[in-house]
Each structure stands twice: as structure tokens, then as C-alpha cells.
Design a binder for this molecule. Structure first.
Ligand code: CTP
Length: 441
């Protein structure tokens, strides 16, 4: 489809019918109620690129919240409003989301040379954004539906594959844009424009990244590493000195990069084999943080405000992985139960970085033996079986279960019948009135 001054053809040919209808409805309602509504940002960028993106961002003049409140009565769904920000999120019955934001006109070093046109407010709103390719938009109001907005030559930059900021202080004002720039660069195979790169390097060298709260930084890194091209971006971030600024000087950068690649490969293997990974970002993060000084690591982990069990799992990893690796690298024979003893308290998300850090095939074989087979071994004997045998509930229950599992792991027993026989022969002789007579108890 051709892009002239109006995107209707493109909208009709590239967006699902449902989305088309939705946009038209929003435009009708805006027109009727006296608002101006625009589709903007990544949604429009990807529409032009022909990349699927159904995260619809809408900017409204003058008030997004009151408009969204009227709209929800008309089309249904669930509305959440954020009065402090002048924004609202509408969740439709099918689960899709539309974000509404009130057009903002703040003080920015707006280029005086640009001739003022009627769309002053939306133009100012778009000007404060990160890159020209993200400033594209189109009008939704019905009489002008689809009219293309491109105040800052974003379409040309999109065609030329260029990431360009709109004003010199963009990265200083919002240093997370440094990571966004390299994320988009890798995702679309674009280039950061020369002057933009100079502004970026300036912001990096002036320690602007240190101004960003750990939580926001982690969110941005997570977005980066969740992309298919995440490792390309990571390498670029390393070359530009960004990773050193965030995590402190990394001594062995090549090793870190290699370990990150190994993590990526191992996670693909896990996917093929059906081994579950909870949070890929935290798998990568463990590797990165293993290259940091302890105080930086702790500061980062605390700053992320993780749920307690996740935080504990990460802390366990950093406390235990070196000791575990020392054992796993030892070529001596370990029985299955001994391997479980070494690996059993690590989460899957910890075993992948542990393997990557080891750089050892032996460790890899041992970890995957554990993940694919040993971790799945369980026993059939239950608490009620022990009660039936005459044991009184107490710590002895878990001891028996644990030992039974060891026996099963090492192939000494293979079914419930044999489990019961084993318990009887090992524990029953010392049992008196339901309690063990052995002095240990
Ligand atoms: N934006 C910005 N500065 C930021 C983050 C966002 O200027 N630090 C602007 C961008 O113009 C972007 C819009 O806010 O287009 C919406 O942000 P987001 O949804 O994060 O960006 P998308 O461009 O949609 O990116 P993605 O494709 O990764 O969802």
C-alpha cells in the first residue's frame, strides 16, 4: 500500500478487521464528543514497517481520561485511570489493551524554525519523545481519519533505517533512552545516526546512567534481553561502555559475552526438551552479576524489589554456585543421589547460568542428567503408609522419605513394594511404640 497524506489504505490492508473497526469507533466518538484523538508511537511505526504490533497508543486532546470514560460506556471493557499522569488503560473483553494519554505541551527547546501549524499540541507532545521513528501518528477523528502526521521526518528515517533523537538533551533527560536506542537498532537492523551517537556517548561518559533507579534500569535491560536480538544489543552496550557504567567495570568482557551466548543456547535446548525456565531475564542477570563486585550485586538485587522467594533464590545462587562448580568439575564418579545432593536446591533458572559459567562439558552433562532425569525421580510411599507401619509423625518422616529417594535414585529400589520392604528392614527393627529407639532420635 502506498503512503500519501493518508494511511487508510495501509490501515485496511495491514491491520486485523477488529482493530480497524476499533480505530474507526474511537474516531467517531472523539469527533462526536469534541476531542481530538491520534494513534501514535510504536504502533504506527510498526504499521509502516509491516511488523505486527497491536499495542495501541492513543493521544487525546484535551483530556484522555474524560474521553476514555465516555468511550468505555460506548464500547465496553474495563478502564483504569491514572489521574496523576493524565492517562488511562482500556482492557477490552478479548484481553487486548489500548493506552490513552493526554497530549502534553511542556517546555522543550522546540525548534523555532519550524513553521507553526494548527496541530501545535500534538506536535509538542510528539517532540518530547525519544526518536524520530517513534513520532509518527495518524488522526482518528472521522472526517480526517488516517491523516498521516510526520512532523519530524520520521518516515524518512524509518525508510533509511536511522535512529535519531529530536533534541540534544534527550539522553540526559531520560538516560533509559540509551538502552532503547540500541534495542531498536538491533531489532530493526538500523543504525544510530552519528550526531545522536555522539549525544549518547556524551551522556554515558557523563555518568547519566548512574542517575537511573535500579528498578527502571532492570526493566529496560529486561526489555532488551527479551528481544530476539537481545545479545547483539548487549554486546553493543558492552562496546559503548554502558554495561561498565551500570554494573561497574567488568574485567573479562569476552568471557561474559561468551557466557551470555551459552545461556542463550542452553535456554533454547531447555525449550526443545520441555525444561521450564521461569524468567529468562533473571537467568541472564545471574551471569552478568557473577562478574560484578559484591556490593554492586547486592545493591542491584535489592533495588529490583523482587518478590522474597525470587530474591532468596538469587542469593542462594551467588552463595552456592562456586562450591557446587568445584564439585561438579571434579571428574570423580558421583552416584545419582550425590548429584542430587549437589544440585537439588538450585532452581532451573540457576542451573542454566551455573552451567554457562562452568564452560565445562562435564558440568553440562551432569546438570542435564539432573534436569532431564534425576530431578523427576520421586517415591510412591506417603505419610499414611508410614503411619500404617506404626511410625508416629515427626522428623523421622522426612528422613525416611529422603533416604528412600536416595535409594531409588541409585537404583536400589524401583517400586512401592520395594520401598515398603526397605523401610521395614531399615527402620522397623528400631521402632518401639511408634518411636525410634536409636539414640539419634
Ligand atoms: N517513549 C519515550 N521515551 C522513553 C520511553 C518511551 O519517548 N524512555 C515514547 C516513545 O515515543 C514510544 C512511546 O513513548 O513510541 C511508547 O513507549 P513504548 O510503548 O515503550 O515504546 P514502543 O515504541 O511501543 O516500543 P515497543 O515496540 O518496544 O513496545
Amino acid at each position: 500500500a502506498q503512503i500519501n497524506g493518508n494511511l487508510t489504505n495501509l490501515i485496511n490492508s495491514r491491520l486485523p478487521k477488529k482493530v480497524q473497526g476499533l480505530l474507526l469507533l474511537i474516531g467517531q466518538k472523539a469527533q462526536k464528543e469534541g476531542y481530538k484523538a491520534y494513534a501514535i508511537g510504536g504502533f504506527v511505526r510498526d504499521l509502516l514497517l509491516g511488523v505486527e504490533n497491536l499495542d495501541i497508543d492513543i493521544v487525546v486532546e484535551e483530556n484522555a481520561i474524560s474521553f476514555a470514560e465516555k468511550l468505555v460506556k460506548y464500547i465496553g471493557g474495563n478502564l483504569k485511570t491514572y489521574p496523576n499522569f493524565g492517562t488511562a488503560t482500556l482492557t477490552l473483553k478479548d484481553g487486548s489493551k489500548i493506552d490513552f494519554a493526554t497530549a502534553r505541551m511542556e517546555f522543550y527547546p522546540f525548534p523555532a524554525a519550524l513553521p507553526e501549524v494548527e496541530e501545535t499540541t500534538i506536535k509538542h507532545d510528539l517532540y518530547r519523545r525519544d526518536f524520530t521513528i517513534n513520532t509518527l501518528g495518524f488522526k482518528l477523528n472521522s472526517p480526517v481519519f488516517g491523516d498521516f502526521l510526520d512532523f519530524f521526518n520520521g518516515k524518512k528515517d524509518l525508510e533509511d533505517g536511522i535512529i535519531r533523537v529530536l533534541y540534544n538533551l534527550s539522553f540526559v533527560e531520560d538516560p533509559t533512552r540509551i538502552l532503547r536506542a540500541i534495542r531498536f537498532e538491533a531489532r530493526y537492523g538500523f543504525k544510530i545516526e552519528e550526531q545522536t551517537l555522539a549525544f549518547m556517548e556524551n551522556a554515558i561518559n557523563n555518568n547519566m546512567l548512574e542517575e537511573v533507579k535500579v528498578g527502571r534500569m532492570a526493566d529496560e535491560l529486561k526489555l532488551m534481553l527479551s528481544e530476539k536480538t537481545g545479545l547483539t544489543s548487549f554486546k553493543r552496550a558492552m562496546d559503548l561502555g554502558i554495561i561498565d557504567k551500570i554494573f561497574g567495570e567488568i574485567e573479562d568482557k569476552d568471557r561474559l559475552l561468551k557466557e551470555m551466548e551459552t545461556v542463550n543456547n542452553l535456554m533454547e535446548i531447555c525449550q526443545v526438551k520441555g525444561i521450564s525456565i521461569d524468567e529468562p531475564f533473571l537467568v541472564y542477570l545471574r551471569v552478568i552479576l557473577s562478574h560484578c563486585r559484591e556490593h554492586i550485586r547486592i545493591k542491584f538485587l535489592k533495588g529490583m524489589n523482587l518478590e522474597k522467594n525470587l530474591y532468596d533464590d538469587l542469593m542462594y545462587f551467588f552463595e552456592e554456585y562456586k562450591g557446587a562448580l568445584e564439585k561438579l568439575r571434579n571428574p570423580k564418579f558421583y552416584s545419582p543421589s550425590e548429584l542430587v545432593e549437589i544440585l537439588g536446591d538450585f532452581s532451573h533458572d540457576s542451573l542454566i547460568p551455573l552451567t554457562a559459567i562452568s564452560g565445562s562439558n562435564l558440568v553440562k552433562r551432569r546438570v542435564f542428567l539432573y534436569l532431564e532425569e534425576l530431578s523427576k525421580v520421586s517415591i510412591e510411599t506417603k505419610g499414611e503408609d508410614l503411619l500404617e507401619l506404626g511410625f508416629k509423625p515427626g522428623p523421622i518422616f522426612s528422613e525416611i522419605m529422603e533416604n528412600l529417594r536416595k535409594e531409588k535414585l541409585d537404583g536400589n529400589i524401583s517400586n512401592k513394594e520395594e520401598e515398603i520392604i526397605w523401610v521395614k528392614s531399615h527402620y522397623l527393627p528400631k521402632l518401639k511404640d511408634g518411636v525410634m529407639t536409636d539414640e539419634r532420635y
